[in-house]
Design a protein around this ligand. Sequence first.
Ligand code: AMP
Length: 629
Amino acid sequence: MSDYTGRQLGNYQLTRLLGEGAFAQVYLGEHIYLSTQAAIKVLKTQTENYPVDLFYTEARNIARLVHPNIVRVLDFGVDSNTPFLVLDYAPNGTLRQRYVPGTVLPLSTIVSYIKQIAEALQYAHDDKLVHRDIKPENILLGRRNEVLLSDFGIALMVQTMQYQNLQDVAGTLPYMAPEQIQGQPRPASDQYSLGIIAYEWLSGRRPFQGSMTEMISQHLAVAPPSLRSIIPAITPDVEHVVMTALEKDPGQRFGSVRAFAVALEQASQFSEQGGKSVLASAPTAPIPSLKKPATPPPISLRAPASMAQSAPAGTVIGGYHGHLNTVRSLSWSPDNASIVSVSDDRLVHVWDALTGERRQIYQDIANIVHAAAWSFDGSRIATVGNDAHVRIWDFATGRLLATYRGHTGSAINALAWSPAHHIIATAASDGVVHVWDATTGQPLTIYRGHTGSVNALAWSPYEISTPYGRGYHIVSGGDDVSIQTWEAATGRGIALYRSQPARVLSVGWSPNIYSSSSRFEPATSMYNSSRVACGREDGMVEMWDTSVNREVLSYRYLSAVTTVGWSPDGRRFAYASHESAVEVWDTTTNLKLVTFSHTAPQRVLAWSPNGKYIASGGGDSEILIWVAP
Ligand code: AMP
């Protein structure tokens, strides 16, 4: 292949050769007008005998992958029959260059790399693309040493264009899954390759070696040598996770490449904490060797708990870093001691609110969990999600107590426990809200007042008297943009508030400070009734007085309002929005008291039952606990 140094391809002047692989030469290129740098990948194949249209189709497939851990394709072209790709320039080389063969990496570094690669692969798998050539040579390091997966689909592109000789697969073979060797690659094949990389970094050697035919027969039929026989310090948990990814039968591997990375991270945390074997809390846990840690996982306790009493509002006193993904839901135990939280990583975490120590993990890999909430007496936790089932867990033992299957086939968006009974209300995307007995699983009320997905619901914190009788009410809101209040026991509609045309994402019901048990005297006439509030997708927060059904407040923030909530005494009102802030207002003066900023968009907040703290979290997977005003 000719040397392209000094030549111009597209708008790029090729200044020097960066490297050469089986399919291509890669040059550093400089844009002739903008002076920006890029990597120009010149394929070692000609388009002469190949329909150019097919070539462009493949290029489009690669270019549509936009992910922080995938090398961006900036441009594509053909120059005198030679196809080339313009890629983001990754200045720090490949993981193969950084770690020469034989290097054993620290477990935490391995986990960090595997997680990033798995995220990139998961993104592509979700888009029905399989990489087929995962190896350290194809993993680049970006400017901040972040992992950038390269060569997506390029192997495929070259394979479809020309007969590929054995030499071309030589570099790939040590990482190639058995089914891929047999010509049937699938997403699980990438997981296998990633498993080989993990094995290599853990032990300093690849599981299968020898000639190409020897390697092929080992991939197909020989179990990888035990990792612990090479490095005895590797824990059985970590070994089990890697060996699961290396199962010969793709069906025996993890359900997804992300699940593999999650399991590896879990196993590594337990391994680093030296945890003892206590079976995972969830009886449905698909990874039998996952253990409950005996000692705390990493936490972010920023200040001693004793400081909290005197610390100014907004001071962070603790938090939790155990999630891998965007936090979706938070709920405090009634005794203020623990928090249950869920994120997009399919794990339900229960942790100590003040120390950040993890107590339990309920694992529900079959289900993306949308919300978790604690029962009024602290004995139960309910979780809901994509699979239309509601699961009730026993907090003391971590056991799954019951599964409610009443929502047939419809993802459940929200749940709320009754303030005084083991009764749960669950809202689904088919627009139906179920109120049911969490002990017997019997449905009590099915509310069909909404015409679109119901996204949020809340119970009145006390019983309300109406001409029909006395009982708890529920407020619900969703895609049909209405806010509705109704009787929990009968489903009888009480009020319908419809004003702004935007989807409702969150609702809340204020405490009744006039109830006879209240410690609080009415401060002003503003306290003379209860309120419901909602947060909308367009940034609107609205509040209504439920006794006169009148709107008492409406305010538009810059972005979607994902949670609204009163302090337990009703004197404060907080909301979380997508623009990364939580704001707390004084409900008597209507003055803003605190703006608490996270580094990433917020999704959820929860007041501690004693009203002293707020836990908030969202896009950056971090949950912080801070002093409430
Ligand atoms: P490949 O054909 O993808 O195996 O690339 C050959 C070599 O070129 C790699 O080993 C890297 O050293 C280098 N390379 C490939 N892509 C890039 C890029 N986007 N930025 C910087 N160097 C790259």
